[in-house]
Design a protein around this ligand. Structure first.
Ligand code: NI
Length: 249
């Protein structure tokens, strides 16, 4: 059930049976030589919609630009500053909680969002904690779920892409986007080097100096739409269980 495709009356009816909502959160940033700029937002959205169907849950519009300052040396990449992303998350949660939503399940597609999203949750909780005497029983709870950390996602990446999953522009995430958008599959002759270097980084210039084609530790040449279908079908039930448990908490 997608919020954007509902009427307000349908949302009102939904709130009578559930106060949970899934918010997909991703990023718009380079994903190496054959990965789509929208990879992280697309993955979050694909899993959110599938979980929404399986768990009969409302799905909010995707936060498709995330905290990706380190990718800005590659054309097409966009970022929100951490402070901007925190403000976006706070306002979205405040808007929806006004109507009665109380369980906010952020389905995340981008590692760079983790610290900022967690900080946004602390800001949200601080707001009620600081209102002495008013904080009792505040029902709002937020949860961050990174799809690629689901045990089924890890198992599949190990069996489909042993040793070359890496941490950015991974064959798993590229496969999920190819499954979702087969018309956007990119043909790349060969990756050079086949497996990208690994390591840490600071700002955008430092990132580009260390990771020339944008990948970190991965070989996304192994990505395919078929693998993406396998990953989506295996991981969705696990995420749906996590959502249901969270809403019941
Ligand atoms: Ni990614």
């Amino acid at each position: 059930m997608q919020l954007a495709l509902c009427t307000w009356q349908e949302v009102e009816a939904y709130l009578k049976r559930s106060t949970g909502i899934i918010i997909p959160i991703g990023s718009t940033e380079q994903h190496g030589p054959n990965g789509l700029i929208g990879t992280d937002a697309i993955c979050a959205e694909v899993f959110a919609r599938e979980v929404g169907k399986q768990a009969d849950a409302m799905v909010a519009p995707t936060i498709s630009v995330g905290m990706a300052q380190h990718h800005l040396a590659f054309p097409g990449s966009m970022t929100l500053r951490p402070s901007t992303l925190i403000a976006v998350i706070r306002d979205m949660v405040a808007s929806l909680s006004r109507h009665g939503f109380t369980r906010f399940f952020f389905l995340n597609g981008h590692g760079g969002n983790v610290a900022t999203t967690t900080a946004a949750f602390s800001e949200i909780y601080a707001e009620t904690s600081l209102q002495a005497g008013l904080s009792n029983g505040t029902p709002v709870r937020c949860m961050l779920k990174n799809w690629w950390e689901a045990p089924s996602a890890r198992r599949l990446s190990q069996s489909l892409f042993p040793g070359v999953e890496g941490s950015h522009a991974t064959p798993s995430e590229v496969s999920v986007t190819y499954h979702a958008y087969p018309e956007a599959v990119k043909a790349v002759a060969a990756m050079a080097p086949e497996v990208a270097p690994s390591g840490s980084f600071t700002d955008a210039a430092d990132y580009r100096r260390r990771f020339a084609d944008g990948r970190i530790g991965s070989n996304p040449a192994l990505a395919s739409a078929a693998h993406g279908k396998t990953i989506v079908e295996a991981v969705t039930p696990e995420l749906a269980t996590a959502y249901r448990d969270f809403v019941a908490s």
